[in-house]
Design a protein around this ligand. Structure first.
Ligand code: NAD
Length: 524
């Protein structure tokens, strides 16, 4: 495992002209900067501007100004820049793939997944937003005499806060529907991976999105965290459950809405009738995409007794075969971790499990000779509840295998967690898979796939139950969360007080008769 091919990242750097083209978008007046580090090499990567609380206030002011004329346009007229954005992202993918690899240390194949996602998710909303935002007529107070419709006003200025693990997919995925719904966006990407988000903003402006509508700020949560909530009309947050709860509390204090896409400890169930070769291929992707730094990746695999040994053998062989390297091409199966704190956490979970008696079936070691933050894809067995890897989110390339003997037990154990983000079920009988899926408490369940099938079904909602989140992205929900529904009703022919001169008792009798007739003829 992990042949260290020549580390191309050692011999290349990010072009300074590219960095300055991207950082000019950041709202930052002070001239203060911070320097990021390349995970592949441990060397300085880019110097980025830092925003203060007053820069955040300035960003909201500019965003609100730009939003006024944007909101006055019809949804159909807002679409064109996003269709062009889709094309530019695909055309210039090699530029953004390099940036993502530099900032995160992930393998190019995993960077490609999110570049593809940024384009495809944008296209979904560009095509669907006019339909989803259409006026909807509804039966009025007095059918025929009251004409009623509901429509959607934009919230105004939306804050989008995103983490470092999917640095283009998440900022784009949350900002684009907000913009198409007529809002402006103030974006706070994680500083380590800000260039990827800034690249997306740069492309959107090039594609014709009016300046000032999608404004980035960068900085420490202690300085700009609260101002980002206090200035917004809605907050879309993606990150850890602990921070999500804080943000939800602050948003609640202001009576503004928020969505929170949070952590997971996602279960995979392998039934005795699963196609094992397909399952193993899927499990490798499901557990080790982006080195497991993926909120919807699998960290617990429950395997039926009848196939446990065969699955374990094939899975361990496939994992040992994975190529780890830091090349800026498609040769790696898995890349580096992004932060030292991730490496520390992964090492701590594996060491703790090993010390308490777990079996390391594959992997289990850091690989500093490939890059400072590389860790082997790791498979554990005999993991007990006293071990951290059992219930805490590792958010790294570590998965635990467990046996089960009947499917009720599998569902019960899959649900025995505070999280409820994603789950995966493997069986040749899809109807059985669906029956099991509906008993699992998770926002998405993938059958015969780990995460991609549900995630990339953009028309269907995506999000977490329990401590995994609040609200949904994707689908109608992912767009309408950024709007206020408004009902407009007009009264025609007769007033609600009845015809002139009708006394109260007659009015009550007439209305009672009307209520009965409406029920009888199913008008209501
Ligand atoms: P984090 O919560 O520490 O940080 C996420 C973002 O929030 C960063 O931009 C950070 O700077 C910002 N932030 C932190 N404290 C803040 C505050 N008080 N106010 C405003 N902003 C604040 O999360 P992380 O460790 O960077 O990311 C990993 C976590 O994100 C994991 O738990 C993972 O499961 C989760 N995640 C969830 C999804 C999803 O869609 N459900 C997607 C990706 C990651």
């Amino acid at each position: 495992m992990g042949n260290a091919t020549s580390s191309h990242a050692e011999t290349k750097t990010l072009a300074p002209t590219l960095v300055s083209r991207l950082t000019r978008h950041v709202v930052s007046a002070s001239g203060d900067t911070t320097t990021t580090t390349a995970p592949f090499t441990g060397k300085p990567l880019a110097e980025l501007p830092v925003s203060s609380a007053s820069d955040v206030a300035e960003a909201f002011e500019r965003a609100r100004e730009a939003q006024r004329s944007w909101a006055a346009m019809s949804p159909r007229d807002r679409v064109a820049p996003f269709l062009r954005f889709h094309d530019i992202v695909l055309d210039r993918q090699s530029e953004i793939l390099d940036i993502i690899q530099w900032e995160t240390g992930k393998a190019r194949r995993h960077a490609f997944e999110e570049v593809y996602d940024a384009a495809a998710g944008t296209l979904y909303y560009a095509r669907q937003a006019p339909r989803l935002l259409r006026r909807r007529r509804s039966i009025g107070a007095v059918p025929g005499a009251t004409r009623t419709y509901a429509h959607h006003q934009p919230k105004g200025a939306v804050t989008v806060i995103t983490p470092w693990n999917y640095p283009i997919a998440l900022p784009v995925g949350d900002a684009v529907p907000a913009l198409l719904a007529g809002n402006a966006v103030v974006a706070k990407p994680d500083t380590q991976t800000a260039l990827s988000a800034l690249w997306a903003i740069d492309v959107a402006v090039e594609a014709g999105l009016p300046e000032g509508l999608w404004l980035p700020v960068l900085g420490e949560p202690a300085e700009i965290g609260d101002p980002l909530i206090d200035g917004a009309d809605y907050v879309a947050f993606t990150g850890s459950s602990a921070v999500g709860a804080k943000i939800a509390q602050r948003a609640a204090g202001r009576l503004i809405g928020c969505s929170a896409e949070l952590g997971g400890k996602n279960p995979m169930i392998v039934c005795e009738d699963a196609d094992l070769d397909r399952t193993v291929e899927g499990a490798v992707r499901a557990c080790f995409s982006n080195a497991g730094q993926l909120c919807i990746s699998m960290e617990r695999v429950y395997v039926h007794d009848a196939v446990y040994d065969a699955f374990t053998e094939k899975f361990a062989a496939a994992v040992r075969d994975m190529e780890l390297n830091s090349a800026l091409d498609f040769s790696a199966d898995m890349g580096s971790l992004t932060y030292q704190r991730q490496l520390d956490r992964v090492s701590a979970h594996v060491d703790d499990a090993r010390q308490k008696g777990a079996t390391v079936v594959a992997g289990g070691r850091p690989r500093p000779e490939i890059g400072p933050l590389f860790y082997e894809p790791t498979v554990l067995a005999d993991v007990e509840p006293t071990m951290r890897a059992c219930a805490d989110e590792t958010f790294g390339p570590v998965v635990s295998l467990y046996r089960f003997s009947d499917e009720n037990e599998a569902v019960e154990r899959a649900n025995a967690t505070d999280y409820g983000l994603n789950a995966s079920i493997w069986t040749r009988d899809v109807n059985r898979g669906r029956r099991l899926a509906e008993r699992v408490r998770a926002g998405t369940v993938n059958i015969n796939e780990g995460y991609g099938a549900a995630w990339a079904s953009y028309g269907a909602p995506m999000g977490g139950m329990k401590r995994s989140g609040l609200g949904r992205r994707h689908g109608a929900e992912g767009l309408l969360r950024y709007t206020e529904a408004q009902t407009v009703a007009s009264q025609h022919y007769v007033g609600l007080g009845g015809p002139p001169g009708m006394d109260g008792e007659t009015l009550a009798r007439t209305m009672t008769l009307g209520a009965r007739l409406m029920k009888r003829f199913r008008i209501r």
